[in-house]
Design a protein around this ligand. Structure first.
Ligand code: PBE
Length: 300
């Protein structure tokens, strides 16, 4: 699948039917029917609860709706609204299907399962890559070295995500994690000289996984003397900002599938510093109490 990155948001927008406002009132009235140990079926579902329109998982979900012939809309909202809707549905033991990904705190907080994807629409295992603008290695070699060395695991990222989910400020959660993982962090700063307050800008999208990773990298860059500015933006802007040199770096490039369209558009204008996380995944996710729904085909 190859799509023009700029068309992704539009393609998603066309089939979106519900507004963000629908998320808060998660079914106070319908709790009774399915809460007696019976499996909750999906026959009343009318939409898949999505996230922001520029996310790669949204384009993949449009493809899934076509490929599997699903009679479901795709609700465009945000990562935060998706997890709120998920929590509300679970509190009421109602049917819900969300665009889900790993690493994410929701798998620790709730009993969830990925739906099988026999057509392979969502791809396989993904890695998260660090990208910089061209020239950063020359302009800010110490920052570039830290970014190049940045690599962590699911347990690491989860620890930060869970603290944020439980209400901690992202900067504080990142700082705590950095304190508690001094050995690993010292590998990222090994041989890196202190600098004197030079600026570095990091772009990210407000996905829980990227809020965690970007704040950790910010903390570490600050520890070697950088003045770090974080900018949260829509996915397409994150990629263009790096390609056009408006932002220095990002640690949020999901490959090979999720951000393939963005990567194909910009790969000649950006620098790939390689993988910072292995074993990521995207797909459709449901609560395990939806016992009769195990494959995307079961949503037909
Ligand atoms: N995500 C999280 C992003 C990449 C990181 C899976 C929501 C996406 O779909 O583009």
């Amino acid at each position: 699948m190859k799509m023009d990155a700029k068309k992704l948001g539009m393609a998603v927008g066309l089939t979106s039917i519900l507004a963000l406002a629908a998320c808060g009132d998660g079914g106070d009235t319908a709790a009774g029917d399915d809460s007696n140990g019976e499996s909750v079926d999906a026959s009343d579902l009318r939409e898949i609860t999505g996230i922001d329109g520029g996310a790669g998982i949204m384009a993949a979900t449009e493809t899934a709706i076509d490929t599997y012939g699903l009679d479901l809309g795709l609700q465009v909202s945000s990562g935060a609204a998706m997890t709120e809707a998920l929590g509300n549905a679970i509190a009421n033991e109602e049917a819900i299907v969300v665009t889900g990904w790993t690493p994410h705190w929701k798998f620790g907080a709730y009993d969830l399962k990925y739906l099988d994807d026999p057509e392979g629409v969502y791809g396989g295992e993904e890695s998260i890559h660090t990208f910089t603008r061209e020239g950063l290695a020359e302009d800010a070699p110490e920052a570039n070295a830290v970014l190049d060395n940045f690599y962590w695991t699911e347990d690491d990222m989860n620890a930060v995500m869970v603290d944020i989910q439980e209400g901690m400020d992202p900067e504080e959660a990142a700082a705590n994690w950095v304190d508690e993982n001094a050995d690993l962090v010292s590998e990222w700063t090994d041989g890196v000289d202190q600098v004197n307050g030079e600026s570095v800008s990091l772009a990210y999208v407000s996905w829980d996984s990227e809020i965690a990773s970007t704040n950790v990298v910010k903390t570490v860059l600050e520890s070697v003397g950088y003045d770090v500015e974080l900018s949260s933006m829509e996915s397409a802007f994150m990629w263009t900002a790096i390609a056009e040199g408006e932002q220095d770096a990002m640690v949020a490039g999901w490959l090979p599938a999720t951000h393939e369209a963005y990567y194909e558009d910009y790969k000649d204008q950006i620098v790939d510093l390689g993988v910072n996380f292995e074993g990521a995944k995207i797909g459709l996710v449901v609560p395990t109490y939806m016992e009769d729904v195990n494959s995307i085909e079961d949503l037909k």
